[in-house]
Structure formats: C-alpha cells, structure tokens
Write a protein that binds this ligand. Structure first.
Ligand SMILES: [Zn+2]
Length: 474
C-alpha cells in the first residue's frame, strides 16, 4: 500500500522503477521526468564530480573521493554539478544521461537529469566536456547529500559492454557540509544630482536593477538578492567636495530611506561632467557585521561591477592585491589577486579559470569571486543574517501525499518556514497499522481531484511512522 519512493531512489546503484504522485503546483512534480526508468550505461565510468556555487569544490577526482573541508557551500543558493565520464575500450559513442539525486538527510528533495552525446573523457577546463546539472538552491539544505548515476538515454537502448562505475557513491549518498547564509538586501537610493543644477537621476529601471541583482547573486553567497529602490534623494554637493562628502551624505540617509540594520544602502548617481578622478564607487570597510552605519556605499549609475566591489568593502573586504589596488589585504593568498581556484557563474553558465581571472576586490580584470573572498563572504553574510534574524528559519515537517483512492505515500521531512493548509487531526501509524501518535496537521487539497498533501506540524521524527489517517477535518 505504501510506496516509499524516497528509499527506492536512495538505493540508486541500479535504476529502480519509481512511481511518483505528482501534485499540481508542487516543485517536486518535475521529479517525475527526472526519475524516468532508464537502463544503466555500460562501458563507462563516473570519473570526476565537481560542485559549483561560485568556487570549484571537487567531490570526486579521477575516481578518488575528495574530503569535504575546503570550500563552503551556502544553503539555499543555486549550484551546478559537473560530472565527468570516462569511456572503456568497449564503449561506443552515443547519447547518455547523467542523473543527480539531491537529498536532505534521507529525503529526496530534487533530481536532475541531463542527456547529451558522449564521446571521450573531458577536462575541468572545458565546460562542454562535462555533464552539467543545475541544482536548485531550494534543494540545498542543512543536511545536503548527493548521488550520481550514468544511464542510457532511452529505455530501449541496448549496448553491449562491461559494468563500470556507473553510480557514485557506491553506497549511501555523499554528504556535503553547508552553511546558512540568507538574503543579501540592498536599498538602492537614486541620487538626484543637483550639483550641476541638472537634477539628473541614475538609471534604476527594472531591467537595470535586474542586471545589478544578477551580478550580486552570481558572485555572493546569498540564497537571494533583494534590491529595493527608494524615492530619489537630492544632493547639492555631489562629488564636487570629493567622493567622501557624498558618501557621508548618503550615510546620513539610512533613517530617511528606512533602511533596516541588515540592509546595505547603495547611493547610485550620475555625475555628468563633474570629474570623478577615475573613481567609480566608494564605501566603508565594514569591520563588523553588526554595524549598520558601515553598510553604506555609493557608485556610478550603470556599473553593477562597481556595486559588487563596493558592497564587498561593506562586508569587511579590503582590496585584493593587483593593478595598484590600495591597502591590499595581507591575508589574500594570491599575491597577484587571481582567483585561487576555478569559479563558475550560475546566472550565466560561464566558467572562470583560476590563473586568468582576478578577485572582484582587486583592480585587475576580468573579475569574479576569488576562493578566499567567497569564504570570507560566507562567514559575513551568515553573521549579518544571524545577528539580525533576517535568515528565514525553516523547520522539518513530516509530509504525506494522499491520492484520490485514499492511498498514502510518505514523502518524508520537508523544509519549510510554515506549512499552510486546512487544519486537520491526523493519526500516525506504524507498518502494522497501529496508531503511534495523534497530531495536528495542515492539508493542502488538489484543485480538481480528491487528493491532498498533509504536513504534520508537530515535530515527529520516528522511523516507525510509515502511514497516516486523517481523523478530523476542522
Ligand atoms: Zn575598492
């Protein structure tokens, strides 16, 4: 009666037929396609696996597992998993599928499948030579674990060959330590530039703000980047008394623009002919996470790259060395300001090589996030959001699915901030049908079928619970 789809999927060494009850509007509906039944691919090995939010984190290299202690992983942030295959002598070129299972503890929370032609062994430097699987940030929780398998692209495929390492890890999924981060919140203050009597406003149109948002999300460890544009604020001095005068002026505006303590204020302006002295932005170096006053920067209109750099200062980052950047951070490990590790842009599906790309806190280009800066920002974004409680706390809720026949499937624990739905009383049953608990739940109906998703709102973590019965709708 019960089909525990999660456990079946977990034993992913051999492909397992899974039945999935798809509820409309449920993000897990996409799993139905990703979990299609496909035969394992023969004569091919999973050779290497690497995980990228920004900085490269190698999980498996040339068949050898790498320890999980170097690169931090930010909870809730999108990622890409690159899977490299290696063909045996008996391999014939064809399309293959690589599937990744993403777990939260023992519960499957996402699955992704990518199909493409596979011919020869790839290399880390060639983005097109790996199977690149996008992982939704919402699936990256506190108890992240990942498993990968390589399959034939179609159910009918029938190629001769030898059994290789077509699933990884061989036993349970690979656990990855994660760090809560939370949002990066920016208050964009359009500066009405009156110093030259122009009243010129910067570009804060929606498309332009989206460009800023993408630049931040691509390079910062945040589960979300929020940019809210407030009413324009006038300045009569602009940068005519120096950049610092304008920064001071904008710093005084925190209250006026209603900035919360965890929000970064960014004064955006367009100085026209006023000489900028080659400067594009200015900020405080925010030494401590709990000092709202230092969360204020200014920068030129039209330059998201400047904003990423300046707000980096507000996060306590000094300059990384290179190209004449003043007061470089002595702790930055690369003396030339390069990344220190290969990096990735999940917003644009681009990769950056360690030796030819510079940290965004340096003055050289092109830039992305250096490995050291990534780690420092993980720590800072985490601190800011834990201090101010802005990180949306989520909890585990035991979740069941019920179909129109009344058949129940245990979906497992889901991470949510607060489950919505109709209040119900529920009996939780063991495998003999005996009542173990009577608890409160929330039921979400299907829109045009008799079925429901039922979440238990009391903390229940008991492996004996395998079934449930709604006893009272209220
Ligand atoms: Zn700077």
């Amino acid at each position: 009666m019960l089909s525990s789809i999660l456990l079946l999927a977990l034993s992913a060494c051999a492909p397992t037929p899974v039945s999935f009850l798809c509820l409309e509007d449920d993000p897990l509906c996409s799993l139905e396609e990703a979990l299609q039944d496909l035969p394992p691919a023969l004569s091919v090995d999973i050779e290497s696996v690497a995980f990228y939010q920004v900085t490269e984190k190698v999980l498996l290299e040339d068949g050898v597992e790498v320890g999980d202690d170097v690169v931090s992983v930010a909870q809730g942030r999108d990622a890409v998993l690159r899977v490299f295959l290696s063909p045996a002598d008996t391999y014939e070129e064809r399309d293959l599928s690589v599937r990744a299972y993403i777990y939260q503890g023992d519960a499957l929370v996402d699955a992704v499948i990518v199909t493409q032609n596979f011919k020869k062994e790839g290399s880390f430097s060639d983005l097109d030579s790996s199977f690149n699987l996008p992982i939704r940030g919402s699936a990256i929780g506190p108890d992240l674990a990942i498993a990968v398998e390589v399959l034939e692209a179609t159910e009918e495929a029938d190629y001769p060959g030898i059994q290789g390492r077509n699933s990884w890890p061989e036993e349970s999924a690979y656990s990855i330590k994660t760090t809560p981060t939370g949002p990066l919140k920016i208050v964009m203050v359009p500066i009405e530039y009156n110093a030259d009597n122009s009243g010129r406003l910067p570009n804060t149109e929606e498309d332009e703000m989206e460009r800023f948002r993408q630049a931040f999300y691509g390079q910062y460890p945040a589960d979300e980047v929020q940019i809210r544009v407030v009413e324009p604020q006038g300045t009569d001095i602009g940068i005519r008394n120096g950049w610092s005068a304008l920064l001071n002026e904008v710093t005084g505006l925190r209250d006026a623009v209603g900035a919360e303590d965890d929000e970064y204020v960014y004064g955006l302006f367009s100085p026209g002919e006023d000489p900028t002295g080659g400067t594009a932005g200015l900020c405080w170096v925010g030494y401590g996470p709990s000092d709202p006053g230092t969360k204020v920067c200014i920068g030129l209109s039209g330059s998201p790259g400047t904003a990423v750099h300046e707000v980096g200062h507000a996060h306590g980052r000094e300059h990384s060395p290179g190209c004449g950047a003043g007061s470089p951070d002595p702790e930055y490990p690369e003396s030339d300001g390069t990344l220190g590790s290969r990096a990735f842009d999940t917003t644009g599906n681009r990769m950056f090589e360690a030796a030819t790309t510079y940290d965004f806190m340096s003055y050289c280009g092109p830039t992305w996030t250096g490995a050291h800066t990534w780690e420092m920002l993980v720590e800072r974004v985490n601190s800011v959001n834990s201090i101010y409680g802005a990180y949306t706390q989520t909890d585990e809720y035991l979740t069941f699915l019920q179909d129109e026949r009344g058949e129940t499937t245990l979906l497992g624990q889901q991470w949510l901030s607060e489950p919505a739905g109709l209040a119900v009383r529920v009996e939780l049953l063991d495998d003999a049908g005996q009542v173990l608990y009577q608890v409160s739940g929330r039921s979400i109906p299907m829109d045009h079928a008799q079925g429901a998703m039922v979440r238990i709102i009391e903390p229940i973590d008991d492996a004996r619970v395998v079934d449930m019965r709604v006893v009272d709708w209220r």
